[in-house]
Design a protein around this ligand. Sequence first.
Ligand SMILES: Nc1nc2c(ncn2[C@@H]2O[C@H](COP(=O)(O)OP(=O)(O)O)[C@@H](O)[C@H]2O)c(=O)[nH]1
Ligand SMILES: [Mg+2]
Length: 397
Amino acid sequence: MQIGLLGKTNVGKSTFFSAATETLVQIGNYPFTTIEPNVGIAYVKTNCACKHFGIEHKHSLCIEGTRFIPVKLIDIAGLVPGAHEGKGLGNKFLDNARQAEVLIHVVDASGSTDSQGQSVAVGTQDPLQDVQFVEEEFDKWMLQILKREWQKLARETETKNIKLIPTIAERLSGLGINEYDVGSVLQKLELLTKKPTTWNDDDLFLFIKELRNSTKPMIIAANKADLCTDLSVIEELKKKGATIACSAETELVLKKASKAGLIDYNPGEKNFKIKDGVNITPEQSKALELVKTVLAKLESTGVQQIIHSACFDLLKLIVVFPVEDETNLSNKDGDILPDAHLLPLGSTVKDLATLIHSDLAKGFLHAIDVKTKQQISGSHQLRNEDVIKIISTLSRG
Ligand SMILES: Nc1nc2c(ncn2[C@@H]2O[C@H](COP(=O)(O)OP(=O)(O)O)[C@@H](O)[C@H]2O)c(=O)[nH]1
Ligand SMILES: [Mg+2]
């Protein structure tokens, strides 16, 4: 599961990335928060299944029944005006864009960053235009991939025995787009009945736009909301698509203060507490006072909510807990509820087996729904917060 961060220069992508990937505790199996300079691990917060069973367990990713599940975050830099014409968009961008299943579009909601990324007075830039610009730039970039040799390709689907859907899917496979994605959009736009050689530029652009919407859904992070004189712009942005107000910089201050042992802060919450007995410098005190006013204005910094919404509202993921021992809810080593996996809604028990280990899927016999103790088949659809034991002739590893 990978989330891409997109946006024009200086809107706060890197700040969002740092704030989201800065972990508060050293987490056992996940020593690194940054894999590459622009790839890191963030966490979504969900219920741990321990709550359902009313048990207590020691797990570095379960804090009082709240389970932290790692998700990959990629800072996809490089989308500048004219990017689709080849300026600054290399293989790295393509690679990052392919891996992302959902995009967080960071905009400067305060309107204080101009098109060149320069800092200007609050309210002088229109964040709505930024939303349109970045989406268009991304779409145009996808379009030029499709348009290479389009005429020839379109002709061949009519004159030779070459099928349209696989041909287009192949073109766009570099973006992680498959035949199913292409087919669904062509059908929705009623383009399957129109000869490809007669598609005009609008048809092609609309096709790409829909395809991007369905394969790389976007949520708008209305960043720098701390600077907004009023928040009406957020309501305007919401009309354009899923939007959450945020202040990445405030989240970063909170994470750092928490890591330094100055405060207790649970990411996503409206409040934090200065720890008893710590010495705070006048400078730190001033910064934390500022944080308080921002939190009062925005309810929360928004960073955690945006990651949550990307996973659960846009991608509609569910959480599933596989176990090997259904009585102790543990793996072979006795670790209770060792793993929590994020899967797309509609995933089956067999999909879970495949995700855990190919051998487990190969020798798959059946599974047990640990909550109901019922035997279930491979084609059984998983539900959110299911606890599953898989029985296979081949064990993992
Ligand atoms: N006021 C405010 N400034 C922010 C916020 N997020 C980022 N910035 C500032 O915006 C500037 C650009 O941030 P950066 O993360 O480097 O932007 P990027 O080019 O999109 O990666 C920096 O000076 C940040 O400190 C925010 O939430 N509020
Ligand atoms: Mg940056």
